[in-house]
Ligand binder design. Structure first.
Ligand SMILES: NC(=O)c1ccc[n+]([C@@H]2O[C@H](COP(=O)([O-])OP(=O)(O)OC[C@H]3O[C@@H](n4cnc5c(N)ncnc54)[C@H](O)[C@@H]3O)[C@@H](O)[C@H]2O)c1
Length: 327
């Protein structure tokens, strides 16, 4: 698909980050947008930003509250899209919503683990199932599934357990790669791509914490950590080598806030730049879209030395080459 004008795109997790920037850039190219998110306020802001960017006449932007990990909500989202966009077909599906957290089988709860897995993997699976009939009816379609560098390297370094997110992102990558053949045989007018971003400057760290603690919709206490969250963050900081005696509740709270800020503001690539790489990849019909110089280099490192990928010094050596901040 070389041209998005007049098409209809569905974006999950359109409230912030890369989903928001995909929406803005697609709207600027004349594409209709239907987005879902768990935050109504975030989607309202995305819509406001899209409208501020001078909307082509007649273009539709619709917003839908839906949790991608719940199939019933995804089917309702699909039905709302059909009704509000007045269509029986869509052309682009961005299965983008995702969160982190719940990475340890030992120090996280099973509910946290499954929340991350069910959003990151279930969201892609239910999204694809729900919208496939509408993609089949279009003259051309493209499914864009967001994985991560953690879809080929299951690590955030030697001190951070990362099982739920990595398992889900590997599933997204394997599913999308296998889907290439299924689509070629059964629906050749639909293409698909797996997106593997490196570090992109978004609020995913803060959003994941809020979704894991159920405060994203209410907004209540969003920036104050609960005692459980403080205990889990303290465990992570101690594993990373921080001296336990300095980790008062206030210090842990401040360190978490600083990490969320620096993840967003000190990244090598912005969400807008990432969205452009993704859309250029779709236009070029690339099935494999690495986003960022760090993602491209990590792909090469893991392929070149797979047996070393989970050795403790691999992350430090890679971070030094690429300029990732450690700790
Ligand atoms: N930022 C990065 O460095 C990075 C790197 C690799 C992969 N990714 C992936 O990119 C995608 C977008 O992440 P981002 O960095 O833009 O994060 P983000 O937090 O800014 O955006 C994600 C959006 O998804 C929404 N969301 C979360 N759970 C949801 C659910 N259950 N149902 C519906 N919406 C939900 C959030 O409210 C948020 O608006 C994610 O899949 C993430 O895993 C991000």
């Amino acid at each position: 698909m070389k041209d998005f004008a007049g098409r209809i795109a569905v974006i999950t997790g359109g409230g912030t980050g890369m989903g928001r920037e995909l929406a803005r850039q697609l709207v600027a190219e004349g594409c209709n947008i239907a987005m879902c998110d768990v935050s109504r306020a975030a989607m309202d802001e995305t819509r406001r930003l899209c409208e501020a960017d001078k909307l082509p006449q007649g273009l539709r932007i619709t917003t839908h509250l839906a949790d991608v990990s719940d199939e019933e909500q995804m089917l309702r989202f699909r039905d709302e899209v059909a009704e509000q966009q007045q269509t029986d077909r869509i052309h682009l599906l961005f299965n983008n919503a995702g969160i982190g957290g719940g990475g340890s089988l030992f120090t996280n709860t099973r509910a946290q683990w499954e929340r991350t897995f069910n959003i990151c993997w279930g969201g892609v699976y239910f999204g694809t199932r729900a919208f496939m009939p509408m993609l089949e009816k279009a003259d051309a379609g493209h499914i864009v599934n967001t994985s991560s560098v953690n879809g080929f390297w299951a690590s955030l370094g030697p001190t951070v357990p990362h099982t739920a997110y990595s398992a889900a992102k590997f599933a997204v990558k394997g599913f999308t790669e296998a889907l290439i053949t299924d689509l070629r045989l059964n629906a050749p007018h639909i293409k698909c791509s797996v997106v593997m971003p490196g570090h992109i400057g978004t609020s995913i760290a803060a959003n994941s914490r809020k979704i894991q603690s159920d405060t994203i919709q209410s907004g209540a206490g969003q920036d104050t950590l609960s005692p459980d969250e403080i205990a889990q963050a303290r465990t992570r900081f101690i594993a990373a080598g921080v001296e336990p005696s300095v980790l008062t509740d206030e210090a842990v709270q401040a360190m978490v806030a600083e990490r969320e800020r620096s993840f967003r503001e000190e990244a090598p690539m912005t969400a807008a730049a990432a969205a452009k790489v993704i859309l250029d990849g779709v236009k070029a019909e690339r099935w494999r879209i690495l986003v960022g110089h760090d993602a491209e280099r990590l792909d090469a490192w893991v392929r070149n030395t797979p047996e070393e990928a989970y050795e403790p010094d691999f992350h430090a050596r890679f971070a030094t080459e690429i300029g990732w901040k450690l700790g």
